[in-house]
Write a protein that binds this ligand. Structure first.
Ligand code: TXA
Ligand code: MG
Length: 512
């Protein structure tokens, strides 16, 4: 079969494309289309033969039910036997959007679409192209993710082509998916709502509407004979690149990842490391050295820990990239299980086939708490108190060297005290605050060994650690709100020095 490939521009030319796509669906054919989560492989959800075609095109087991996609809330009632009050509230809050709800099905929905279940999954996507396509078809669209069964879901039309070219009638291209992970699935057929698959809409947001929401146990751990997932699709091997993926957890994960990856590369395997933008500097220079020695070790950045949505958007593309580059073995960092983090880790654990390596705890010297010296003048007093609280919450030890009230005082006294504490090794890093951050930085930089940076934005906070190995952070209480100041503190404390030769050389020149 020849697959028609159509690029949507958002302009008037799209009308004709939607019209043809609608015709294909009504004639029983299959059309891959963009949604805000991932690309879907659509067929007429009320036609058993269309659903059978979807299973065949994907190579998907036919007991794995499909989601019905609608463009208007009025299309829901005919598909379900009942709309619980909780569903109404969730739909009001999150539809159209990346959320799928499970209902008891009506007789209108064929068993082939629901894999023989008495329940049906329904979602109203927010992507304008998905809505226009569903409207043009005039029927609910049954659509799984538009990938071959077992492969990562597709987040671009190029991915869809890679998997399904020649197997379906049409592919609609509207660029890369915005979210990049499939919808959150919520089962409302029991007494307590249950998340069957985590997604962009996290537990907290669901609980803000519904009260207590449970999570299917297999979302967090490996399904077993006794512990079966309630969403049939979650039991299959999923998202799996050809490479053997190992997740590495624990305090010393970067060291373990580097050691294991280097060992695999030296043993002749094409090896990859998946890490965050923040930690990439720990791997990139050693990987380059190994490549110079003729070994194969590539570092793949998944996105920023400070912006999990960037990791979600990139993850499936990255898993496909591993295959494209013929990577055989991969060691991956893990990500914090926040709202979106739970969805990211759920997919990563599956991609790894639940292969998880626990990195050993840090050695004795590392277990000592990091000591931060802090000081300010009267203008920085209030902000210093906030930063102290923040550092305490982070479990860091602090040495507060004053001042201790808002009474007028001279900043050099405190700037020198903090600079001396850092220069003598009593504290690992220092933080200084005055009205603008300038007076304290000028003072601190007079002390040998101190590299004090006046910082008022996140980019500079990161760059001055990576490039200058700055050891004292100076901020202006009058120029920064507390929110931004705390972000800058976190970046300053968490970003390692890059260790690059040119930067190390320049730093050495400072003290010449
Ligand atoms: O974001 C998404 O949900 C994407 C886009 C295309 O909308 N679709 C998607 O579909 O991810 P699919 O088929 O790849 O995943 C659907 C999941 C499967 O794990 C399936 O088992 C589960 O939903 N599911 C479908 N109907 C169900 C039902 N009645 N009860 C429990 N789980 C169901
Ligand atoms: Mg899927």
């Amino acid at each position: 079969m020849e697959t028609l490939f159509c690029t949507l521009t958002g302009g008037p030319g799209d009308e004709e494309i939607y019209r043809r796509a609608g015709e294909i669906i009504r004639a029983g054919g299959l059309v891959a289309f963009p949604t805000e989560t991932v690309y879907g492989l659509g067929g007429n959800g009320l036609n058993a033969a269309s659903s059978a075609k979807i299973y065949a095109a994907k190579g998907r087991p036919s007991d794995n039910p499909l989601i019905l996609h609608i463009a208007d809330i009025a299309e829901l009632a005919p598909l379900v036997s009942e709309i619980p009050a909780a569903a109404k509230r969730l739909a009001e809050a999150f539809w159209p959007g990346p959320m799928t709800l499970i209902f008891s099905k009506s007789s209108l929905v064929p068993d082939e679409t629901t894999g023989g279940l008495a329940t049906v999954a329904v979602r109203m996507p927010s992507h304008p192209a998905a809505q226009a396509f569903i409207r043009a078809a005039g029927v609910p669209i049954a659509a799984p993710s538009a990938n071959l069964s077992g492969r990562p879901s597709t987040t671009s039309a190029a991915h869809v082509r890679e998997d399904l070219d020649g197997r379906i009638d049409m592919i609609l291209d509207a660029g890369p998916s915005d979210i990049g992970l499939e919808s959150t699935i919520v089962d409302l057929t029991g007494s307590i709502p249950v998340i069957l698959r985590p997604g962009f809409i996290g537990r907290e947001r669901l609980e803000s509407i519904l009260g207590t929401v449970d999570i299917d146990k297999t979302v967090l751990t490996k399904p077993t004979e006794d512990l079966r997932p309630k969403a049939p699709g979650m039991k299959y091997r999923h998202y799996a690149p050809k490479a053997e993926v190992t997740l590495v957890e624990g305090e010393t994960a970067p060291e373990t990842i580097l050691a294991e990856a280097a060992r695999a590369a030296e043993a002749g395997k094409k090896t990859g490391i998946i890490c965050s933008d923040e930690t990439a500097v720990l791997y990139e220079a050693p990987a380059a050295r190994l490549r110079e020695e003729g070994h194969s070790l590539c570092v793949f950045r998944a996105g920023s820990r400070r912006a999990p949505e960037t990791v979600a958007r990139k993850l499936f593309d990255l898993l496909r990239q591993l295959d494209a580059e013929g990577i055989e073995t991969v060691y991956s960092e893990t990500f914090a299980e926040g709202e979106l983090g739970m969805a990211i880790m759920n997919r990563l654990r599956k991609a790894a086939g639940y292969r998880i390596l626990q990195a050993p705890p840090a050695g004795d010297n590392k277990e000592e708490k990091t000591m931060i010296a802090i000081g300010c003048d009267h203008g920085g007093y209030a902000l210093k108190q906030e930063i102290l609280q923040h550092l305490a919450k982070r479990g860091l030890e602090t040495k507060d060297l004053g001042c201790f009230s808002e009474a007028s005082c001279d900043y050099p006294v405190y700037a020198k005290a903090v600079a001396n504490a850092v220069a003598s090794g009593e504290a690992e890093k220092g933080i200084l605050i005055c009205g603008t951050g300038i007076g304290v930085s000028i003072t601190a930089n007079k002390v040998r060994g101190i590299r004090a940076a006046a910082v008022s934005d996140c980019f500079t906070a990161e760059a001055t650690r990576l490039h200058n190995d700055a050891n004292v952070l100076c901020m202006g209480a009058r120029t920064l709100g507390p929110g931004l100041a705390l972000k800058i503190v976190d970046i300053f404390l968490d970003t390692p020095f890059s260790g690059e030769e040119r930067h190390a050389r320049r730093i050495a020149q400072i003290e010449d």
